[in-house]
Design a binder for this molecule. Structure first.
Ligand code: G7M
Length: 320
Protein backbone atom coordinates (compact mmCIF):
# COMPACT_ATOMS: atom_id res chain seq x y z
CA UNK A 1 0.00 0.00 0.00
CA UNK A 2 1.41 3.37 -1.02
CA UNK A 3 0.80 5.03 2.31
CA UNK A 4 2.82 2.51 4.31
CA UNK A 5 5.74 2.61 1.88
CA UNK A 6 6.06 6.35 2.42
CA UNK A 7 6.42 5.85 6.19
CA UNK A 8 9.85 4.85 7.58
CA UNK A 9 9.91 1.17 8.53
CA UNK A 10 10.73 1.83 12.17
CA UNK A 11 7.91 4.33 12.57
CA UNK A 12 5.18 1.77 13.16
CA UNK A 13 4.63 -1.91 12.88
CA UNK A 14 1.94 -2.82 10.46
CA UNK A 15 0.53 -6.19 9.51
CA UNK A 16 1.79 -7.20 6.09
CA UNK A 17 -1.56 -8.40 4.80
CA UNK A 18 -3.79 -5.64 6.04
CA UNK A 19 -4.29 -3.58 2.92
CA UNK A 20 -8.08 -3.43 2.53
CA UNK A 21 -7.65 -2.10 -0.98
CA UNK A 22 -10.11 0.70 -0.24
CA UNK A 23 -7.64 3.39 0.73
CA UNK A 24 -8.47 3.06 4.43
CA UNK A 25 -5.54 3.19 6.89
CA UNK A 26 -3.78 -0.09 7.70
CA UNK A 27 -4.29 -2.12 10.86
CA UNK A 28 -1.83 -1.14 13.59
CA UNK A 29 0.41 -3.58 15.44
CA UNK A 30 1.56 -1.14 18.14
CA UNK A 31 1.36 2.51 19.16
CA UNK A 32 4.90 3.19 17.92
CA UNK A 33 5.02 6.57 16.17
CA UNK A 34 2.10 8.05 18.14
CA UNK A 35 2.78 11.39 19.86
CA UNK A 36 0.34 12.40 22.57
CA UNK A 37 -0.99 15.94 22.20
CA UNK A 38 -3.49 15.98 25.05
CA UNK A 39 -5.70 13.93 27.35
CA UNK A 40 -9.13 15.02 26.11
CA UNK A 41 -11.33 12.96 28.41
CA UNK A 42 -11.11 10.65 31.38
CA UNK A 43 -13.52 8.81 33.60
CA UNK A 44 -12.39 6.93 36.67
CA UNK A 45 -15.73 5.17 37.02
CA UNK A 46 -15.77 3.64 33.54
CA UNK A 47 -11.95 3.38 33.69
CA UNK A 48 -11.50 5.10 30.37
CA UNK A 49 -9.20 7.74 29.04
CA UNK A 50 -9.26 9.41 25.65
CA UNK A 51 -6.16 10.84 24.03
CA UNK A 52 -5.64 13.22 21.18
CA UNK A 53 -2.46 12.08 19.44
CA UNK A 54 -0.60 12.57 16.18
CA UNK A 55 0.50 9.83 13.84
CA UNK A 56 2.28 10.61 10.57
CA UNK A 57 1.42 14.28 11.06
CA UNK A 58 -2.31 13.53 11.19
CA UNK A 59 -4.69 13.68 14.14
CA UNK A 60 -5.71 10.51 15.94
CA UNK A 61 -8.19 9.90 18.73
CA UNK A 62 -7.34 6.93 20.96
CA UNK A 63 -9.86 5.65 23.54
CA UNK A 64 -8.44 3.29 26.15
CA UNK A 65 -10.70 1.29 28.42
CA UNK A 66 -9.78 -1.18 31.16
CA UNK A 67 -11.74 -4.34 30.48
CA UNK A 68 -13.67 -6.41 33.04
CA UNK A 69 -12.18 -9.64 34.38
CA UNK A 70 -12.79 -12.63 32.15
CA UNK A 71 -14.12 -15.18 34.63
CA UNK A 72 -13.36 -18.07 32.29
CA UNK A 73 -9.67 -17.22 32.77
CA UNK A 74 -9.48 -16.94 36.58
CA UNK A 75 -7.24 -19.97 36.75
CA UNK A 76 -4.54 -17.90 34.99
CA UNK A 77 -4.69 -15.16 37.63
CA UNK A 78 -3.49 -16.89 40.77
CA UNK A 79 -0.30 -18.41 39.44
CA UNK A 80 3.42 -17.76 39.69
CA UNK A 81 3.17 -15.75 36.47
CA UNK A 82 1.40 -12.99 38.38
CA UNK A 83 3.96 -10.96 40.30
CA UNK A 84 3.00 -9.10 43.45
CA UNK A 85 4.28 -5.89 44.97
CA UNK A 86 3.31 -5.49 48.59
CA UNK A 87 1.68 -2.17 49.53
CA UNK A 88 0.41 -2.95 53.08
CA UNK A 89 0.82 -5.69 55.65
CA UNK A 90 -0.96 -5.81 58.99
CA UNK A 91 -1.51 -9.08 60.80
CA UNK A 92 -3.49 -11.30 58.40
CA UNK A 93 -4.24 -8.43 56.00
CA UNK A 94 -2.09 -7.74 52.96
CA UNK A 95 -2.64 -5.50 49.93
CA UNK A 96 -0.64 -5.76 46.71
CA UNK A 97 -0.26 -4.42 43.26
CA UNK A 98 -0.73 -7.51 41.13
CA UNK A 99 0.84 -7.72 37.68
CA UNK A 100 -1.13 -10.33 35.75
CA UNK A 101 0.43 -12.02 32.72
CA UNK A 102 0.22 -9.70 29.65
CA UNK A 103 -2.35 -11.94 27.92
CA UNK A 104 -4.77 -11.33 30.82
CA UNK A 105 -4.13 -7.62 30.85
CA UNK A 106 -5.61 -6.39 27.59
CA UNK A 107 -6.92 -2.84 27.57
CA UNK A 108 -9.53 -2.12 24.93
CA UNK A 109 -8.34 0.52 22.45
CA UNK A 110 -10.41 2.30 19.82
CA UNK A 111 -8.32 4.26 17.31
CA UNK A 112 -9.75 6.85 14.95
CA UNK A 113 -7.11 7.86 12.43
CA UNK A 114 -7.01 10.15 10.58
CA UNK A 115 -9.40 11.96 12.91
CA UNK A 116 -11.11 15.24 12.02
CA UNK A 117 -11.52 18.20 14.38
CA UNK A 118 -15.13 17.00 14.79
CA UNK A 119 -13.96 13.64 16.10
CA UNK A 120 -11.66 15.35 18.61
CA UNK A 121 -14.56 17.53 19.76
CA UNK A 122 -16.96 14.58 19.94
CA UNK A 123 -14.67 12.59 22.22
CA UNK A 124 -13.57 15.52 24.45
CA UNK A 125 -14.99 16.15 27.93
CA UNK A 126 -17.29 19.15 27.69
CA UNK A 127 -19.97 21.06 29.57
CA UNK A 128 -23.46 19.82 28.72
CA UNK A 129 -26.79 21.61 28.33
CA UNK A 130 -30.39 20.48 27.95
CA UNK A 131 -32.42 21.48 24.91
CA UNK A 132 -36.20 21.09 24.74
CA UNK A 133 -36.71 20.91 21.00
CA UNK A 134 -40.20 21.94 19.88
CA UNK A 135 -41.27 21.08 16.32
CA UNK A 136 -40.64 24.73 15.48
CA UNK A 137 -37.10 24.66 16.86
CA UNK A 138 -36.53 21.42 14.96
CA UNK A 139 -37.42 22.99 11.64
CA UNK A 140 -35.73 26.34 12.34
CA UNK A 141 -32.49 25.22 14.04
CA UNK A 142 -31.86 21.46 14.05
CA UNK A 143 -32.99 20.45 10.56
CA UNK A 144 -31.10 23.17 8.60
CA UNK A 145 -27.95 22.18 10.49
CA UNK A 146 -28.40 18.48 9.69
CA UNK A 147 -28.94 19.31 6.04
CA UNK A 148 -25.78 21.41 5.85
CA UNK A 149 -23.60 18.99 7.74
CA UNK A 150 -20.83 16.87 6.25
CA UNK A 151 -20.24 14.30 9.00
CA UNK A 152 -19.10 11.19 7.14
CA UNK A 153 -21.27 8.08 7.40
CA UNK A 154 -18.86 6.00 5.34
CA UNK A 155 -18.57 3.42 8.12
CA UNK A 156 -22.35 2.83 7.94
CA UNK A 157 -22.31 2.37 4.17
CA UNK A 158 -19.26 0.08 4.44
CA UNK A 159 -21.28 -2.18 6.75
CA UNK A 160 -24.43 -2.11 4.59
CA UNK A 161 -22.38 -2.85 1.46
CA UNK A 162 -20.38 -5.55 3.30
CA UNK A 163 -17.10 -3.78 2.61
CA UNK A 164 -16.14 -3.78 6.30
CA UNK A 165 -17.08 -5.82 9.38
CA UNK A 166 -18.89 -8.40 7.19
CA UNK A 167 -17.40 -11.24 9.24
CA UNK A 168 -18.97 -9.78 12.39
CA UNK A 169 -22.56 -9.71 11.15
CA UNK A 170 -24.84 -11.51 13.60
CA UNK A 171 -27.98 -11.33 11.49
CA UNK A 172 -29.19 -9.80 8.27
CA UNK A 173 -32.60 -9.26 6.78
CA UNK A 174 -31.86 -7.99 3.27
CA UNK A 175 -35.30 -6.50 2.54
CA UNK A 176 -34.67 -2.91 1.28
CA UNK A 177 -37.73 -1.53 3.11
CA UNK A 178 -37.84 -3.44 6.39
CA UNK A 179 -34.43 -5.15 6.53
CA UNK A 180 -31.35 -4.42 8.60
CA UNK A 181 -27.91 -5.66 9.57
CA UNK A 182 -27.30 -6.57 13.22
CA UNK A 183 -23.69 -6.56 14.39
CA UNK A 184 -21.53 -5.74 17.42
CA UNK A 185 -21.14 -2.09 18.23
CA UNK A 186 -17.56 -0.86 18.04
CA UNK A 187 -17.71 -0.29 21.82
CA UNK A 188 -18.21 -4.00 22.64
CA UNK A 189 -15.21 -6.32 22.93
CA UNK A 190 -17.50 -9.30 22.06
CA UNK A 191 -16.26 -11.24 25.08
CA UNK A 192 -18.37 -10.30 28.08
CA UNK A 193 -22.02 -11.22 27.37
CA UNK A 194 -23.15 -9.03 30.27
CA UNK A 195 -21.76 -6.10 28.33
CA UNK A 196 -23.40 -7.13 25.03
CA UNK A 197 -23.81 -4.16 22.70
CA UNK A 198 -25.13 -4.62 19.18
CA UNK A 199 -26.46 -2.16 16.63
CA UNK A 200 -29.13 -2.82 14.03
CA UNK A 201 -28.52 -0.63 10.98
CA UNK A 202 -31.45 -0.42 8.57
CA UNK A 203 -30.99 -0.89 4.84
CA UNK A 204 -33.44 1.88 4.07
CA UNK A 205 -31.83 5.26 3.48
CA UNK A 206 -33.39 8.62 4.32
CA UNK A 207 -34.64 8.12 7.89
CA UNK A 208 -32.60 10.72 9.74
CA UNK A 209 -33.82 10.17 13.27
CA UNK A 210 -36.70 9.58 15.67
CA UNK A 211 -38.29 12.82 14.36
CA UNK A 212 -38.94 11.21 10.96
CA UNK A 213 -40.75 8.16 12.33
CA UNK A 214 -44.46 7.60 11.67
CA UNK A 215 -46.84 4.78 10.72
CA UNK A 216 -45.09 4.25 7.38
CA UNK A 217 -42.16 2.83 9.28
CA UNK A 218 -44.04 0.58 11.70
CA UNK A 219 -43.29 -2.59 9.67
CA UNK A 220 -39.59 -1.67 9.73
CA UNK A 221 -39.52 -0.90 13.46
CA UNK A 222 -41.43 -4.05 14.38
CA UNK A 223 -39.21 -6.16 12.16
CA UNK A 224 -36.00 -4.79 13.70
CA UNK A 225 -37.35 -5.35 17.21
CA UNK A 226 -38.62 -8.90 16.61
CA UNK A 227 -35.78 -10.24 14.47
CA UNK A 228 -33.08 -8.46 16.45
CA UNK A 229 -34.35 -10.01 19.70
CA UNK A 230 -34.69 -13.42 18.06
CA UNK A 231 -31.13 -13.35 16.66
CA UNK A 232 -29.71 -12.34 20.05
CA UNK A 233 -31.64 -15.08 21.80
CA UNK A 234 -30.33 -17.62 19.30
CA UNK A 235 -26.70 -16.54 19.19
CA UNK A 236 -26.10 -15.32 22.76
CA UNK A 237 -28.92 -17.01 24.65
CA UNK A 238 -30.13 -13.69 26.04
CA UNK A 239 -33.94 -13.35 26.20
CA UNK A 240 -35.88 -10.19 25.33
CA UNK A 241 -36.52 -9.61 29.06
CA UNK A 242 -32.75 -9.05 29.56
CA UNK A 243 -32.26 -6.62 26.68
CA UNK A 244 -32.57 -2.87 26.29
CA UNK A 245 -33.59 -1.97 22.74
CA UNK A 246 -33.56 1.75 22.04
CA UNK A 247 -32.92 4.68 19.76
CA UNK A 248 -30.77 7.74 20.50
CA UNK A 249 -32.11 11.26 20.12
CA UNK A 250 -30.04 13.04 19.05
CA UNK A 251 -28.05 10.26 17.39
CA UNK A 252 -24.42 10.78 16.33
CA UNK A 253 -25.12 9.43 12.84
CA UNK A 254 -28.28 10.32 10.96
CA UNK A 255 -28.84 6.99 9.24
CA UNK A 256 -31.46 5.11 11.21
CA UNK A 257 -30.13 2.47 13.62
CA UNK A 258 -31.21 0.77 16.85
CA UNK A 259 -29.14 -0.09 19.94
CA UNK A 260 -29.40 -3.53 21.62
CA UNK A 261 -27.63 -3.71 24.99
CA UNK A 262 -27.57 -6.16 27.88
CA UNK A 263 -29.71 -5.00 30.79
CA UNK A 264 -26.65 -5.10 33.07
CA UNK A 265 -24.57 -2.78 30.89
CA UNK A 266 -24.49 0.85 31.94
CA UNK A 267 -24.16 1.99 28.36
CA UNK A 268 -23.18 5.58 27.65
CA UNK A 269 -26.20 7.28 26.12
CA UNK A 270 -28.72 5.13 27.96
CA UNK A 271 -29.99 8.03 30.07
CA UNK A 272 -33.48 9.55 29.91
CA UNK A 273 -31.93 12.50 28.05
CA UNK A 274 -31.00 10.35 25.05
CA UNK A 275 -32.52 6.87 24.90
CA UNK A 276 -36.03 6.06 23.62
CA UNK A 277 -37.18 2.45 23.98
CA UNK A 278 -38.13 1.02 20.61
CA UNK A 279 -41.21 -0.64 22.18
CA UNK A 280 -42.42 2.78 23.43
CA UNK A 281 -41.69 4.40 20.08
CA UNK A 282 -43.85 1.77 18.34
CA UNK A 283 -46.66 2.25 20.89
CA UNK A 284 -46.58 6.02 20.59
CA UNK A 285 -46.79 5.92 16.79
CA UNK A 286 -49.63 3.40 16.95
CA UNK A 287 -51.53 5.80 19.20
CA UNK A 288 -50.75 8.84 17.09
CA UNK A 289 -49.21 8.77 13.62
CA UNK A 290 -47.44 12.14 13.87
CA UNK A 291 -46.41 11.81 17.53
CA UNK A 292 -42.71 12.40 16.84
CA UNK A 293 -43.41 15.23 14.42
CA UNK A 294 -45.53 17.07 17.00
CA UNK A 295 -43.74 16.31 20.24
CA UNK A 296 -41.21 18.43 22.06
CA UNK A 297 -38.11 16.27 22.43
CA UNK A 298 -35.44 16.69 25.09
CA UNK A 299 -31.77 16.10 24.44
CA UNK A 300 -28.31 17.01 25.67
CA UNK A 301 -25.86 19.14 23.73
CA UNK A 302 -22.19 19.60 24.52
CA UNK A 303 -20.60 23.01 24.30
CA UNK A 304 -18.33 22.33 21.34
CA UNK A 305 -21.01 20.69 19.24
CA UNK A 306 -22.36 22.62 16.30
CA UNK A 307 -25.90 21.90 17.54
CA UNK A 308 -25.10 23.76 20.80
CA UNK A 309 -23.54 26.63 18.85
CA UNK A 310 -26.62 26.91 16.57
CA UNK A 311 -29.04 26.91 19.52
CA UNK A 312 -26.91 29.54 21.25
CA UNK A 313 -26.86 31.71 18.13
CA UNK A 314 -30.63 31.31 17.92
CA UNK A 315 -30.87 32.80 21.44
CA UNK A 316 -32.15 29.60 23.06
CA UNK A 317 -29.95 30.00 26.15
CA UNK A 318 -30.36 33.80 26.41
CA UNK A 319 -32.78 33.86 29.33
CA UNK A 320 -30.70 31.73 31.66
O1 G7M B 1 -25.46 7.83 19.01
P1 G7M B 1 -25.81 6.92 17.88
O2 G7M B 1 -27.19 6.37 18.02
O3 G7M B 1 -25.60 7.58 16.52
O4 G7M B 1 -24.82 5.68 18.00
C1 G7M B 1 -23.98 5.19 16.98
C2 G7M B 1 -23.34 3.91 17.48
O5 G7M B 1 -22.50 3.39 16.45
C3 G7M B 1 -22.42 4.09 18.70
O6 G7M B 1 -22.83 3.23 19.73
C4 G7M B 1 -21.02 3.76 18.16
O7 G7M B 1 -20.19 3.12 19.12
C5 G7M B 1 -21.31 2.87 16.99
N1 G7M B 1 -20.26 2.93 15.96
C6 G7M B 1 -19.65 4.05 15.52
N2 G7M B 1 -18.76 3.71 14.54
C7 G7M B 1 -17.93 4.67 13.83
C8 G7M B 1 -18.80 2.35 14.36
C9 G7M B 1 -18.12 1.45 13.49
O8 G7M B 1 -17.27 1.80 12.66
N3 G7M B 1 -18.47 0.13 13.61
C10 G7M B 1 -19.41 -0.31 14.52
N4 G7M B 1 -19.66 -1.62 14.57
N5 G7M B 1 -20.06 0.53 15.35
C11 G7M B 1 -19.76 1.86 15.27
Amino acid sequence: MEKTEAVPEKKRKIEADNDHGDGSPPILKSFEGFDIEKVIAENTRSKTTTLHAKLDGENAVVLLEKTPFDLTHVKNYLTGDTTLKNTLKNDIYGTYEAYLPPTENAVKAVVIHPATEKHIQKYSDQEMYIVRETPELYSKVTLPLLQSRQFSMQWVYNILEKKQEADRIVFEDADPETGFILLPDMKWDRKDKNALYLVGIVHKHGIKSLRDLNKTYLPLLKNVLAKGREAIQEKYDIPASRLHVYIHYQPSYYHFHVHFTHIKLEAPGFGADRAHFLTDVIDNIELMNDYYEKRTLTFIVREQEDLYIKYKEHGYFDNE
